[in-house]
Design a protein around this ligand. Structure first.
Ligand code: HEM
Length: 212
């Protein structure tokens, strides 16, 4: 049998060994974030359909949320507050506790490549759920940045007149819609891969629910 390879970049774990794998605040913010992000995605698809950015790309109404444009906007704006405030709590607690640096760094292109090759050939170990492999670290950091881009491009579309600098940074109103759509597509792709990986390692779901 081939040896399973541990992730290349070890985590400098400073928490005691009996501490939960995922602290309580992390689990709460993760699930609130997942609920808010999914509500925003499904209601956003209905809003998009009312005025498609790309000719030929229309989302089937049956997989959208809100029932009609007005209903979808209500869902989108309600979930927006949850996403933003919960996201601020997640980032602030991660940085203040030092978890952000110990959990996601060090991270190098070499480590990502090695862990990606090991993962694709089925040789990446998942024995220690305290430790993210380099591909996970990159994916989680990328989706956090992607969510920030989603919020900022959304703000540029929603309050385009009030935030002219933001609008111009996004390349103008029409381009902000393209940025918003592309960032949504990236998040959707992340969710598909993320949920597939969780299904392959179901114990990770238990730890994200119970902490250990
Ligand atoms: C939009 C939706 C989602 C986003 C943006 C998201 C994002 C993330 C991020 C950033 C992390 C790392 C958290 C950290 O350690 O700081 C994470 C971990 C995790 N997520 Fe999600 N997530 C989403 C949906 C889901 C869903 C639907 C599930 C369950 C099916 C799930 C299950 C997990 C699990 C189990 C982990 C821990 C992985 C591990 O320990 O290896 N997530 N997620």
């Amino acid at each position: 049998m081939k040896a399973m390879r541990p992730p290349l970049s070890p985590v400098r774990e400073s928490s005691p060994p009996d501490a939960p794998i995922h602290p309580f605040w992390l689990r709460v913010t993760h699930w609130l974030n997942a609920i808010a992000a999914l509500i925003m995605m499904f209601s956003g698809w209905r809003i998009y359909d009312a005025s498609p950015v790309f000719r030929g790309i229309v989302i089937p109404p049956s997989i959208t949320l809100g029932g009609w444009l007005g209903g979808a906007l209500q869902w989108h704006f309600a979930a927006m507050w949850l996403l933003v405030f919960n996201g601020i709590v997640y980032v602030a607690l991660n940085i203040a506790s030092g978890r952000f640096f110990s959990k996601f760094f060090p991270l190098s292109p070499r480590a990502v490549l090695r862990d990606l090759i090991a993962a694709l050939s089925g040789k990446l170990a998942h024995a220690d759920l305290r430790q993210y492999n380099a591909v996970q670290k990159l994916a989680y950091l990328a989706v956090v940045v992607d969510l920030i881009v989603l919020v900022l491009s959304g703000l540029a579309i929603w309050k385009s007149v009030q935030f002219p600098l933001l609008r111009e940074l996004m390349g103008g109103y029409d381009n902000a819609r393209v940025v918003h759509f592309c960032a949504m597509a990236l998040m959707a792709a992340f969710v598909v891969v993320h949920v597939t990986m969780v299904a392959l390692v179901p114990r990770s779901l238990v730890t994200m629910l119970r902490g250990r």
